[in-house]
Design a protein. Sequence first.
Length: 308
Amino acid sequence: MRIAVLGAGGVGGYFGARLAAAGADVTLVARGRHLEAIRREGLLVRSALGDVRTAPDRVVGSVDELGPTDLVLVAVKLWDTEEVAKQLAPLVARGTAVLSLQNGVQKDTVLRRHLPERDIVGGACFIAAHIEEPGVVAHTGTLQKMAFGPYQADRRPLAEELLVACRAAGIEAEISDDIARVIWQKFVFLIGLSATTAAVRRPIGVIREDPRTRALLRDVMAETVAVARASGVALDEAFVDDRLAFVDTLPAAMTASMHHDLENGNRLELPWLSGGVADMAAELGIAAPRNQTIADVLAPYTLGTPRG
């Protein structure tokens, strides 16, 4: 299987490097100083599960430089999804499949505007990783899981081949027959992690230990479950307590990529995370006051740290 990873940041860089270290044919697509560093020395992933480094010649600067590819793992920020879908259209026309590991629940909807449904494989990942410096990705804790599943049955063999590659690389992975539900389940957790760590500006350990921020964490996830249920997704109301219990198993230092972006003055995925929950809730005629407040508080930082 020839795999391209579009977006070699925390998520894409980690999974791409793990797959490559196990012998998979992986090409990273990166840009800027990160691209330059990888071209010099390869991509280094630092992890409690063991460090790995890719070969310097396994990176390109654009989709146009990719050769024949069976699967593209999309791991760019959500605001780039529309443009990325357009760039991938020629590859997909030649038989390439696309699997998004991005945050949010709207990503595949955006891909479908430009790519055939048959060629989109649903996916979600569970990991805390970020670019520590150009050419280096840091993995926090040991959680590193992928779940994926085709929306159409004739792409099942490709999913099975990816599963074999993931397991050979030591990546926890599974094929889901209801990947849309899995994506929403991940979204509930992600909203809790991203909303609270960004708003409080501290890792999850601080948030879950304080009674008031723990209540905030539960509330933002409960609102997300309510939006899922109102959208027709089969999530039980008690799922929020399942996720809260899961949060209690995480490393205290774990945080969200949105928190890292906020701390570094970068653009935020806020409109697709808590902002997206608030917008979807409004369209459905239900309340999401906690997510709305998070979106309002962080609004000035959406495009990066404001001047002045």
